[in-house]
Each structure stands twice: as C-alpha cells, then as structure tokens.
Design a binder for this molecule. Structure first.
Ligand code: BQZ
Length: 697
C-alpha cells in the first residue's frame, strides 16, 4: 500500500475522533448573507405587454425629408410601398417622451471586432449592440423588464401572432406580411426555413449563440405552410417556454436570398468555411431586417450604419422609424466604452466592470456631466466553471483528465468554494454596496430566487484544506501545493496543476482570475491562468479545452424563463461545463441528472406554483452540489447621454437581453434643440448589397 494511501488510512482509522475534528475545521454550510442595501437601484414603471406596440395599417406614413426627396427622384418606392401591410406601431402612451423627431446620431463603442456578417453561421459582429441592431428575431424579450409579471410572455416581432392547436403540440406562427429586407427583397417564410433547415439542423454549422434543435425542445420540427406562415410541432404539449428561444440570439434569420447561393447544399463549389466567411466585415450594405445597415467599415476604427429605408416599424403618427438616420460603433475596448460615454465622446455604455464604477460615478455627479448613470437590479454575475466531463470532451491529457476527476469530486468542489473569500473578491473589484456574495445558482433579487433553498459554504481556508485532504490531496513534497495521489494515472505524486481560462477583453474577468489564483494558492492549489480574447476563449470553451473557466453568466440564471434549457445539461451540447465526449455520451453525475430533470419539468409545465417549487429544488441541488461556483454578483450601471429621449425608467443593463435590445433604440430620439452634428454621411441611404458605401442625394 503506497505511503500516502497509508496516511489516508491512518486518518480514516482515527475517524472516530476526526469527524468532530472535521466538523471543527469545516464550518457548516449556511444560507448566503443578504445582499447589501443598494439605494441607487431604479425600478421600472411596469405596464402591460400590449401597451408597448401593436400591428396595424395607418392612414398615412412619413419619412425624413432627404428620403422623401429620393422618392421624388424615383430612386426609391414611396414609403407606404416600403412598409408591410400592417407595420409594427409603437404606442405613444408607452413612449416616455412621446412621438419623436428625426435627426442626430447614436454613438456606441465596442470592445470586440467583427469577424463578418454571417451571424447565423457562427460569426460574431463584435457585440455591443451590432448584431442585436442588425438581426431581428421571431419574438422579442429585452423590453420585458418593464412588463407586469402576470403578463410576462415574449413579445411578437417578426412573428406578428401565433396560436396553439387544441392539444398544444402545434404552434401556427404568422409572420409580418409584406415586410422587406433593407435592400427591398421580400422577407418571408423562406428566410425562416433556410435558417431552420440549413443552419440550425445542419450539423456543420452552429449559430453564434450555440443554437441547436434541442434549444426548441428535443424532436421539434418546423415547416412552411405558406409565404407568411410556419408551423411548429413539439413532442410535449404547450411548451410555451419555447417562445423565449425564438427571441435574440436563437431565432434571428439571415437574408436567404444572399446566403443560400453561398451555402454548400446549393453551391457545391463552396465549403462550409467559404459559406461562413462569405460576407466579411468589408462587405458593405449587407441586407438586414434591423433599423440600420453597415455602410462604412474601417478596421480597428469604426463601423458606420445608415437607416434601413424598408424598416417595418412606425410611430402612431405614421413616421417610419428609426428617428436616427445614422449610428456609429467605434472599435475600441470595453473599458474605453465607459470612459468615452461619461466623457461625452460616445453616447451609451454598460458600466459592467466594477473597476470603472468610482471614476464614472464621480464624473456623473458633476453638474456638467454629459451623461447620467442609472442602476437596475443586480443581474451581472460571474461564476467559476470546473469542467465536469470525464468522457474525453476536449481530448484531455493525463493531467487534464485527473483534474476532471477531481472536478467531479464534491469534496474537491466544496474545498474550492470554502477557499474563496467572496467578500474580499467583491471588495477587490469595487468597495461599497455594489457587489454581493454569490454562492452560485439563481441570483438574489430575481423572480425565482429563494434564499432558504440556497446553500452557501462560507469562507474558511482551514475548512478548504481539510476537504482537500478528504479528497485525497496532500502536499506530499512540502512545497506548499497539494499533490495527486501516487497512483493517479500519469500524474502520480505531481503537484496538482489546474489551468484557468479567463477573458482578456474585460478587466473584471482578469481581476477575478487573479483573485481566484491567489486564494487557491492560500489553500495549496496551483492555478495557471490562460488568458484569451473573447472569440478565442469561446472556441476553446466550446471545444471543452479547459480545466476551469471564469464566465459572466447568461440570462438563464437571471430570468430563468430565457434560455431555460441552458440551466442544466439538458442536451448533448447545452451545458457550458459538461458536453458529450468522444463516445457521444454525457457522463452526468447523479445530481446533474436531477438538475436536468428539474429543468425539463420546468419547461414542460405552465403552472406558476409548480414552477416556483421546481426552481427551489433547482437552487438547492445547484448550490449544494456546486454545479458551478459563484464568485460575485452586482448591478451594472447604464451610462446614457443626457440629450436622448424616450428611455424607460429602471432599465437593467442585462436581464432578458442587453440594454441595446431592451431600450428600443429604434424609438429613441434627440429633441431638435439638442441635436448634434455627428453625421458622417448625411442625407444618404444604404447602397446595393456588396457595393461600396451609402448612396446619396
Ligand atoms: C453588451 C453586449 C451586447 C457575449 C457580449 C460580450 C461577449 C459575449 C456578450 C455587453 C457585450 C458587452 O457582451 O459586454 O455590455 O453590450 O455585448 O451584445 O461579452 O464576449 O460572448 O455573450 O453579449
């Protein structure tokens, strides 16, 4: 028997005694402390879903003067012929400042870079509102932050209306009729079916947000009924949940009239890489259903977009939206976005990196500050995700495989959690009431959160060390770091070395990685940081090429109803930290299977009481078993230039979706007397797809 096995045996033998020793060193789990009071939090003026907008034909329509002049010159059809039969009409009563006026520009800054325009085939446009502004989806959820809880259901968007069959196994969806892409081509069911059949169902392609057929329920099918109608068929009755998946990022079809000729199924000369890269960022005037079209791209500098002359939304006076004829996306860093927005050289930013809070709030407090900062609920949360697969996902070598085995050991995961001083982590980001201790799972302050169901392993370095020993990890060579047991395959007796993936696009991700590395060292675990830019990190993460990864959580843990399936390993390639391996099997731990069953149960029921109960069970399972390990939770601030109108109160930077969706940019405006002269291409409209730049008077 090996020496350390002997040591553990002796420890075990003495267990009569040590259980109490263990109890002494490892504090009992508790519920997390309540988050500090956060008086800066603003609250929405809740309203009904139908109060926001509806679809109807209006007696007359209007457009900016320069567009009317182009119509007069015969360069464009009249506005009524560019609009659908029943445009989407924003209700004035729900517009905080009412009907707006045309003019001015909204200036954004983004911290990532566009890979190309083929979002549906997996290319990122640089985030920060670019993709959300270009690609409209079947339903819409961002604006739901202001909708009364009892009326909460995804809003119609490209899908104007829908009805369920009596047995609830079919959903007939009516698309907006007569709408057009920004180049004038008709939008219809063929665009929807191309996205479904030749992107989602095509195993060679994965949309940016990782959409799969399972996203809409295992075995779900979709078929075209006619040009404006599609029919969904489900395996379980009334899966109303699925309407949330038809919103941003999972069902936002691209222009089939442009994409299909490049797809290998229809163009055998093209490979899937050719198709994915067929529309690089240099390709201008890419057809969209969104309010603005890219007309100018200067690498590492700026993307300029001009109004979509066929945009299918109006205000109650019949003014075709948007009110801004131009928007900018400056290509810089996420941190610079805050700096520029509070300085007034940009107009909008999500203050999502606590490292910037103090400086920004100091400037915002000055009377001549060009922008305001408003805080919503604490909906930004970071967690540490240990890779839980031991089935070959990501082709782990011996060391990585040994780490996976540890990750799957509850004592090891508890040791990590006890070893994390979350209060210190929060304070290392920003002092004050912003951050809260976050054990993991659902967030305090959100709809389905239940404190009593939340298990919190309070900070205790001693407790952590005891649990590491319990997991068979002892510092056998006395260098301060624990070692693998001598008989561990290929790594016996070596220091336990764990790599930690972290995103370099965000200072917060790096700060958290540094804190985790330092605190793990305190308990004897050696962590090596692997720092990568976002696109690279996503590729490594999706390939399973990681031991641990730090992740800013998505909307599922905030809203529960959005991306619900992602709350657990409900499918082969759904969970961030556990996917099928080389044997195409998911080697779930028993609690993971329970989590998946609870989430499937939540999706399958519409009973609000049952749902609340299910989420209590979910929270208990998640936090007790440390499905992922929470690091911190805080509210982000929304920086917005003071000259903008029609901004709803209590906007969270992130809930069902990001601010840039929730805020309705298409109905925001600047009053005439406040308008600035920032337009780079005044009086121009997008040109033909692929042509250079906009076309003007
Ligand atoms: C907001 C958002 C709009 C992606 C991205 C970025 C990527 C993730 C996430 C956020 C950026 C901004 O978030 O940080 O404030 O503007 O764009 O899309 O974090 O790295 O992969 O999921 O949305």
């Amino acid at each position: 028997m090996s020496s350390d096995r002997l040591r553990i045996a002796i420890v075990g033998l003495m267990c009569g005694v040590c259980t109490s020793a263990l109890a002494q060193t490892v504090p009992a789990p508790t519920t997390p402390p309540d988050p500090p009071r956060f008086d800066a939090q603003a609250f929405p003026n809740f309203l009904g879903a139908k109060d926001l907008y509806d679809y109807e034909a209006l007696p007359e329509y209007h457009e900016p003067d320069f567009v009317a002049a182009m119509v007069a010159k015969g360069e464009l059809p009249p506005v009524k012929d560019r609009l659908p039969n029943e445009p989407l009409v924003f209700k004035t009563a729900a517009m905080p400042d009412g009907i707006g006026v045309y003019g001015d520009v909204m200036r954004h800054v983004v911290g990532a870079r566009p890979e190309g325009w083929n979002f549906q085939a997996g290319q990122s446009q640089g985030w920060g509102g670019i993709d959300i502004g270009m690609f409209e989806c079947l339903t819409r959820t961002g604006p739901l932050f202001q909708v009364r809880a009892e009326e909460l259901e995804p809003l119609p968007n490209l899908a104007q209306s829908w009805e369920w069959s009596d047995d609830g196994l079919q959903l007939t969806m009516h698309l907006i009729e007569g709408a057009k892409w920004s180049d004038g081509a008709p939008f219809n069911a063929d665009d929807v079916m191309f996205y479904w059949e030749d992107n989602i169902l095509d195993p060679n392609l994965t949309p940016v947000t990782g959409t799969t057929q399972e996203t809409f329920g295992a075995g779900t099918t979709l078929e075209k009924v006619d040009d404006n109608t599609v029919l969904w068929t489900f395996k379980t009755p009334f899966p109303k949940q699925v309407l949330y998946q038809m919103a941003y990022g999972d069902f936002c079809p691209g222009p089939a009239h442009l994409l299909k000729p490049e797809h290998p199924k229809y163009n055998p000369d093209n490979t899937y890489e050719d198709f994915k890269n067929a529309f690089p960022p240099e390709y201008m005037n890419y057809p969209v259903m969104g309010a603005w079209v890219p007309v100018e791209y200067r690498p590492d500098d700026i993307i300029v977009m001009r109004r979509n002359p066929y945009y299918w939304k109006v205000d109650e006076a019949g003014n075709q939206l948007p009110y801004f004829s131009e928007i900018h996306y400056k290509l810089s860093t996420w941190a610079d976005r805050d700096v520029q927005a509070i300085a007034g050289t940009a107009d909008i930013s999500n203050l999502e990196q606590p490292e910037n809070f103090v400086e920004v709030l100091k400037r915002a407090a000055e009377p001549d500050a060009p922008a305001t900062v408003t805080f919503g609920a604490r909906t930004i949360g970071y967690s540490l995700y240990p890779n839980l697969s031991a089935n070959g996902w990501g082709q782990p070598d011996d060391r990585a495989q040994a780490v996976r085995e540890l990750n799957r050991n509850i004592d090891f995961r508890k040791a990590i959690s006890y070893g994390l001083n979350r209060e210190a982590i929060g304070d290392s980001l920003v002092k004050g009431p912003f951050t809260a201790i976050y054990p993991g799972g659902l967030y305090a302050g959100t709809t389905y959160y239940d404190a009593a169901s939340t298990v919190y392993y309070p900070y205790s370095a001693e407790g952590a060390k005891t649990l590491l020993e319990q997991a068979g990890l002892i510092d056998t060579d006395g260098n301060g770091f624990v070692n693998f047991p001598a008989d561990a395959e290929g790594v016996g007796g070596q220091d336990v070395q764990i790599t930690l993936l972290a995103n370099t696009d965000f200072a917060t991700d790096r700060s958290l990685a540094d804190a985790v590395i330092a605190q793990m060292e305190q308990i004897g675990i050696k962590i090596i940081g692997r720092y990568m830019a976002d696109n690279q990190l996503q590729a490594a993460r999706n390939a399973g090429d990681f031991d641990w990864v730090i992740n800013r959580n998505g909307s599922s843990l905030v809203s529960v109803v959005q991306n619900t399936a992602e709350l657990a390993p409900t499918g082969p390639r759904v969970a961030l930290q556990h996917r099928v391996g080389t044997d195409d099997e998911l080697d779930l731990l028993p609690f993971e299977q329970e989590l998946a069953d609870v989430v499937d149960g939540f999706i399958a029921t519409n009973d609000p009481i049952e749902r609340i109960a299910l989420m209590k069970t979910y929270q208990q399972l998640y936090t007790e078993n440390l499905y992922a390990i929470g690091l911190t939770q805080y509210s982000g601030g929304h920086i917005l230039n003071k000259r903008f109108s029609n901004v709803a109160a209590g906007l969270p930077i992130f809930l069902f979706n990001w601010d840039v969706d929730s805020i309705f940019r298409e109905r925001m405006y600047v009053a005439a007397d406040k308008q600035q002269d920032y337009e780079l291409f005044p009086d121009t409209l997008p040109g033909a797809p692929g042509s250079d730049g906009p076309v003007g008077l």
